[in-house]
Design a binder for this molecule. Structure first.
Ligand SMILES: [Fe+2]
Ligand SMILES: [Fe+2]
Length: 302
C-alpha cells in the first residue's frame, strides 16, 4: 500500500466523521503516530540517531535543581498581624501569621473565581447556551456569590489584623496554580464542556480551601468567622454540584453508549450519577449523587 492509500486507510478506520464533529470542521487530528506509520518509523529512527542536546536525564535535572533547593529560598514572606484588629490572633506561636496567609490564599482564589466566571459568561454569551449546560442566569448567580466571598474575606483579613492587599505566600501559589484554569476558559477555541472541566478543578479546590479555612479558624479561635465560612461552604457545595451536573450532561449525556457504561459502573459501585438531559432542556442539572436534593435558589439569594 502506497503512502497516500495508507493515509486514507488510517482515516477510514479512525472515525474521521466523529473526529470532525467533536472538534469542528477542518480540524482533523493528525497528532497520533498512526496517521502515517511509515513516516513514524522515520521519526523514531531520527530520534534515536539524535541524542538530547545538551545531554542529560531526570537524575541530572534533579541534581541541577538541588543546587537551588539547598539555597532554601522561600516564596514571599509570611504576613504579620497588626497590633489592632477585631479578630486579632495571638502571634506568639505564629498562628496569626499562618491564619493570615491562608485568608490571603482564599482571598486570591475568590478573586480569581470572579474572573473565571466572568470569562465563562463571556464564552457562553458568544458561543450560545448549550442544552444541558449552564444558563447565563446560573453563571451570574455563581459569579455574584464568588464576589461576595471575596468581599467577606477582605473584611476577615482586616479583622484579623492583616492587609488584604498583601500577596501572601499561599496566595502567590494559589495564583500560579489557577493560571492553567483561567487560560483554558479564556482560550477562544475551548468549548463550554472543556471550560467546565477547568471550572470543576477550581470548584473542587474551592471546596477544600473553605474546609481548611474553617478548621484553621476554629484552631486559632476566630469563632466569629464561623457563620460566614459556613455560608460560603454551602455556596461552594452548590457550585460544585452544579458544575458536575452540567459536565455530566455535556460529556456523558450526549453519548448513549458511554452513558450506559457509566450507569452500569455506577450501579456496581452503588453510587448515583446525574441523569442526562434531553437536548433543548435548560433546567438546572441535578448534581450527581445528590438527586432530588439540588437547591434551586434564585440568583442573588443567600
Ligand atoms: Fe469560591
Ligand atoms: Fe465556587
Amino acid at each position: 500500500m502506497d503512502r497516500k492509500n495508507r493515509f486514507n486507510d488510517v482515516l477510514t478506520h479512525s472515525g474521521t466523521d466523529e473526529a470532525l464533529s467533536e472538534t469542528g470542521p477542518g480540524t482533523l487530528n493528525r497528532t497520533g503516530v498512526n496517521t502515517s506509520p511509515e513516516m513514524a518509523l522515520d521519526l523514531i529512527r531520527e530520534a534515536q540517531r539524535t541524542p538530547p542536546d545538551p545531554p542529560g536525564d531526570a537524575r541530572m535535572l534533579a541534581e541541577y535543581r538541588g543546587e537551588y533547593i539547598r539555597e532554601k529560598t522561600v516564596i514571599g514572606s509570611k504576613p504579620v498581624p497588626a497590633v489592632s484588629g477585631r479578630n486579632r490572633i495571638p502571634a506568639a506561636d505564629g498562628a496569626g501569621s499562618i491564619f493570615l496567609d491562608k485568608l490571603g490564599e482564599r482571598l486570591a482564589f475568590e478573586r480569581q473565581g470572579v474572573r473565571l466566571y466572568e470569562c465563562l459568561i463571556g464564552k457562553v454569551m458568544h458561543m450560545g447556551m448549550v442544552a444541558g449546560g449552564p444558563t447565563l442566569e446560573d453563571l451570574e448567580h455563581i459569579l455574584e456569590e464568588e464576589r461576595k466571598h471575596f468581599l467577606h474575606l477582605q473584611r476577615a483579613v482586616i479583622g484579623a489584623g492583616g492587609d488584604p492587599t498583601v500577596q501572601t505566600p499561599c496566595a502567590d501559589i494559589a495564583g500560579v496554580l489557577s493560571q492553567g484554569i483561567l487560560q483554558t476558559v479564556a482560550d477562544p477555541r475551548t468549548t463550554v464542556a472543556q471550560c467546565l472541566e477547568a471550572v470543576l478543578q477550581a470548584e473542587l479546590a474551592d471546596n477544600d480551601g473553605w474546609s481548611m479555612l474553617r478548621n484553621l479558624a476554629m484552631a486559632v479561635g476566630a469563632r466569629d468567622l464561623d457563620e460566614m465560612i459556613q455560608k460560603a461552604q454551602e455556596h461552594e457545595d452548590e457550585h460544585l454540584a452544579m458544575v458536575r451536573g452540567w459536565l455530566a450532561n455535556l460529556v456523558v449525556g450526549r453519548d448513549a453508549v458511554s452513558w450506559k457504561a457509566v450507569k452500569a459502573t455506577s450501579a456496581e459501585s452503588g453510587k448515583g450519577q446525574a441523569k442526562p438531559k434531553a437536548a433543548g432542556r435548560s433546567k438546572r442539572p441535578e448534581p450527581p449523587g445528590k438527586s432530588g436534593k439540588a437547591k434551586t435558589r434564585k440568583p442573588g439569594r443567600k
